[in-house]
Ligand binder design. Structure first.
Ligand code: SF4
Length: 182
Protein backbone atom coordinates (compact mmCIF):
# COMPACT_ATOMS: atom_id res chain seq x y z
CA UNK A 1 0.00 0.00 0.00
CA UNK A 2 1.51 3.37 -0.97
CA UNK A 3 1.32 6.58 1.10
CA UNK A 4 -1.72 7.91 -0.76
CA UNK A 5 -3.60 4.63 -0.29
CA UNK A 6 -2.91 4.78 3.46
CA UNK A 7 -4.08 8.39 3.55
CA UNK A 8 -7.27 7.60 1.65
CA UNK A 9 -7.95 4.72 4.01
CA UNK A 10 -7.74 7.08 7.01
CA UNK A 11 -9.89 9.76 5.36
CA UNK A 12 -12.53 7.31 4.14
CA UNK A 13 -12.80 5.75 7.61
CA UNK A 14 -13.17 9.13 9.36
CA UNK A 15 -16.91 9.48 8.81
CA UNK A 16 -17.13 12.49 6.49
CA UNK A 17 -20.28 12.62 4.35
CA UNK A 18 -18.35 13.05 1.08
CA UNK A 19 -14.74 13.12 -0.10
CA UNK A 20 -13.15 13.87 -3.46
CA UNK A 21 -9.72 14.19 -5.02
CA UNK A 22 -8.59 17.68 -6.00
CA UNK A 23 -6.94 18.21 -9.32
CA UNK A 24 -4.17 20.70 -8.47
CA UNK A 25 -4.83 22.78 -11.57
CA UNK A 26 -8.24 23.70 -10.11
CA UNK A 27 -6.66 25.31 -7.04
CA UNK A 28 -6.96 29.02 -7.62
CA UNK A 29 -6.07 31.59 -4.98
CA UNK A 30 -8.13 34.73 -5.51
CA UNK A 31 -7.72 38.26 -4.23
CA UNK A 32 -11.53 38.65 -4.12
CA UNK A 33 -11.78 35.92 -1.48
CA UNK A 34 -9.15 37.71 0.59
CA UNK A 35 -11.21 40.88 0.14
CA UNK A 36 -14.19 39.11 1.72
CA UNK A 37 -11.99 38.36 4.76
CA UNK A 38 -10.83 41.97 4.85
CA UNK A 39 -14.44 43.17 4.69
CA UNK A 40 -15.06 41.34 7.93
CA UNK A 41 -17.54 38.70 6.75
CA UNK A 42 -16.65 36.42 9.65
CA UNK A 43 -15.10 38.98 11.99
CA UNK A 44 -11.75 37.17 12.29
CA UNK A 45 -9.63 39.29 9.94
CA UNK A 46 -6.52 40.52 11.77
CA UNK A 47 -7.56 38.63 14.91
CA UNK A 48 -5.98 35.19 14.58
CA UNK A 49 -2.64 33.84 13.28
CA UNK A 50 -4.51 31.50 10.94
CA UNK A 51 -6.35 34.35 9.21
CA UNK A 52 -5.09 37.17 6.99
CA UNK A 53 -2.89 39.06 7.40
CA UNK A 54 -1.35 36.77 10.06
CA UNK A 55 -1.29 33.69 7.82
CA UNK A 56 0.85 35.44 5.18
CA UNK A 57 0.26 37.16 1.88
CA UNK A 58 -1.61 35.44 -0.93
CA UNK A 59 1.70 35.16 -2.81
CA UNK A 60 3.26 33.37 0.15
CA UNK A 61 0.27 31.00 0.26
CA UNK A 62 0.67 30.41 -3.51
CA UNK A 63 4.36 29.58 -3.07
CA UNK A 64 3.54 27.20 -0.27
CA UNK A 65 0.88 25.40 -2.31
CA UNK A 66 3.29 24.90 -5.21
CA UNK A 67 5.02 22.15 -3.26
CA UNK A 68 1.82 20.10 -2.93
CA UNK A 69 0.89 17.52 -5.54
CA UNK A 70 -2.31 15.98 -4.20
CA UNK A 71 -5.38 17.38 -2.49
CA UNK A 72 -8.45 15.77 -0.94
CA UNK A 73 -11.75 17.55 -0.27
CA UNK A 74 -13.76 16.42 2.75
CA UNK A 75 -17.34 17.39 3.55
CA UNK A 76 -19.86 17.01 6.31
CA UNK A 77 -23.49 17.51 5.34
CA UNK A 78 -26.13 18.01 8.02
CA UNK A 79 -29.89 18.40 8.04
CA UNK A 80 -31.43 21.65 9.28
CA UNK A 81 -35.05 22.63 9.88
CA UNK A 82 -34.83 25.86 7.87
CA UNK A 83 -32.41 28.67 6.98
CA UNK A 84 -32.74 30.08 10.52
CA UNK A 85 -31.80 26.83 12.27
CA UNK A 86 -28.56 28.17 13.77
CA UNK A 87 -28.37 25.32 16.25
CA UNK A 88 -28.52 22.72 13.48
CA UNK A 89 -25.81 24.58 11.56
CA UNK A 90 -23.62 24.84 14.66
CA UNK A 91 -24.03 21.13 15.40
CA UNK A 92 -22.95 20.21 11.86
CA UNK A 93 -20.04 22.65 11.98
CA UNK A 94 -18.82 21.22 15.29
CA UNK A 95 -19.15 17.66 13.98
CA UNK A 96 -17.19 18.60 10.86
CA UNK A 97 -14.43 20.40 12.79
CA UNK A 98 -14.03 17.51 15.24
CA UNK A 99 -13.74 14.92 12.47
CA UNK A 100 -11.40 17.19 10.49
CA UNK A 101 -9.06 17.81 13.45
CA UNK A 102 -9.00 14.19 14.59
CA UNK A 103 -8.23 13.06 11.05
CA UNK A 104 -5.52 15.73 10.71
CA UNK A 105 -3.77 14.32 13.79
CA UNK A 106 -3.78 10.83 12.25
CA UNK A 107 -2.55 12.12 8.89
CA UNK A 108 0.25 14.13 10.53
CA UNK A 109 1.86 10.87 11.67
CA UNK A 110 2.30 9.56 8.13
CA UNK A 111 2.50 12.84 6.20
CA UNK A 112 4.10 15.39 8.55
CA UNK A 113 4.48 18.05 5.85
CA UNK A 114 0.84 18.05 4.82
CA UNK A 115 -1.34 21.18 4.72
CA UNK A 116 -4.81 21.04 6.25
CA UNK A 117 -7.18 23.89 5.30
CA UNK A 118 -10.36 23.94 7.34
CA UNK A 119 -13.69 25.69 7.61
CA UNK A 120 -13.38 28.82 9.74
CA UNK A 121 -10.64 30.27 11.88
CA UNK A 122 -8.20 28.28 14.02
CA UNK A 123 -9.76 27.35 17.37
CA UNK A 124 -7.01 25.16 18.78
CA UNK A 125 -6.42 27.55 21.70
CA UNK A 126 -9.15 29.02 23.85
CA UNK A 127 -7.77 32.46 22.95
CA UNK A 128 -5.44 33.15 20.05
CA UNK A 129 -2.20 34.94 20.96
CA UNK A 130 -2.49 37.21 17.89
CA UNK A 131 -0.95 39.75 17.60
CA UNK A 132 0.86 40.08 20.92
CA UNK A 133 2.95 36.90 20.92
CA UNK A 134 3.81 34.10 18.48
CA UNK A 135 1.35 31.32 17.66
CA UNK A 136 1.44 28.67 20.39
CA UNK A 137 1.15 25.73 17.96
CA UNK A 138 2.47 26.80 14.53
CA UNK A 139 2.81 23.18 13.32
CA UNK A 140 -0.80 22.36 14.19
CA UNK A 141 -2.42 25.68 13.33
CA UNK A 142 -5.18 25.37 10.73
CA UNK A 143 -6.12 28.17 8.34
CA UNK A 144 -9.38 28.19 6.43
CA UNK A 145 -9.66 27.58 2.71
CA UNK A 146 -10.88 31.18 2.39
CA UNK A 147 -7.80 32.52 4.23
CA UNK A 148 -5.78 30.97 1.39
CA UNK A 149 -8.01 32.71 -1.16
CA UNK A 150 -9.82 29.54 -2.24
CA UNK A 151 -13.48 29.89 -3.22
CA UNK A 152 -15.01 26.70 -1.86
CA UNK A 153 -17.87 26.52 -4.36
CA UNK A 154 -15.36 26.80 -7.24
CA UNK A 155 -13.01 24.09 -6.07
CA UNK A 156 -15.98 21.79 -5.40
CA UNK A 157 -17.47 22.26 -8.87
CA UNK A 158 -14.02 21.92 -10.47
CA UNK A 159 -13.64 18.50 -8.88
CA UNK A 160 -17.15 17.07 -9.26
CA UNK A 161 -18.00 17.47 -5.58
CA UNK A 162 -21.38 19.03 -4.78
CA UNK A 163 -21.38 22.27 -2.81
CA UNK A 164 -25.12 22.49 -2.19
CA UNK A 165 -27.19 19.47 -1.21
CA UNK A 166 -30.62 21.09 -1.40
CA UNK A 167 -33.00 22.82 0.98
CA UNK A 168 -32.82 21.88 4.66
CA UNK A 169 -29.18 20.88 4.40
CA UNK A 170 -25.91 22.55 5.31
CA UNK A 171 -22.48 21.46 4.09
CA UNK A 172 -19.06 22.23 5.58
CA UNK A 173 -16.06 21.68 3.35
CA UNK A 174 -12.33 21.45 4.12
CA UNK A 175 -9.30 19.88 2.48
CA UNK A 176 -5.88 18.35 3.01
CA UNK A 177 -2.91 18.82 0.66
CA UNK A 178 0.03 16.41 0.40
CA UNK A 179 3.46 16.79 -1.16
CA UNK A 180 3.38 13.46 -2.98
CA UNK A 181 1.23 11.90 -5.66
CA UNK A 182 0.08 8.32 -6.13
S1 SF4 B 1 -2.79 27.55 17.37
FE1 SF4 B 1 -3.58 28.97 18.93
S2 SF4 B 1 -2.25 30.78 18.77
FE2 SF4 B 1 -1.97 29.59 16.87
S3 SF4 B 1 -3.46 30.41 15.40
FE3 SF4 B 1 -4.47 28.70 16.44
S4 SF4 B 1 -5.60 29.65 18.14
FE4 SF4 B 1 -4.04 31.15 17.44
Amino acid sequence: MNELDRIMEIIEAAGFSHTGKISMDTVELRDEVRDMCRNGNCGKYDRNWSCPPGCGTLDQCRQQLLSYKTGILVQTVGEIEDSMDWEGMKDTEERHKKTFLETAEKLRKIAPGFLPLGAGTCTLCRECTYPDSPCRQPERRISSMEAYGILVSDICSGNQVKYYYGPKTIAYTSCYFFDFSS
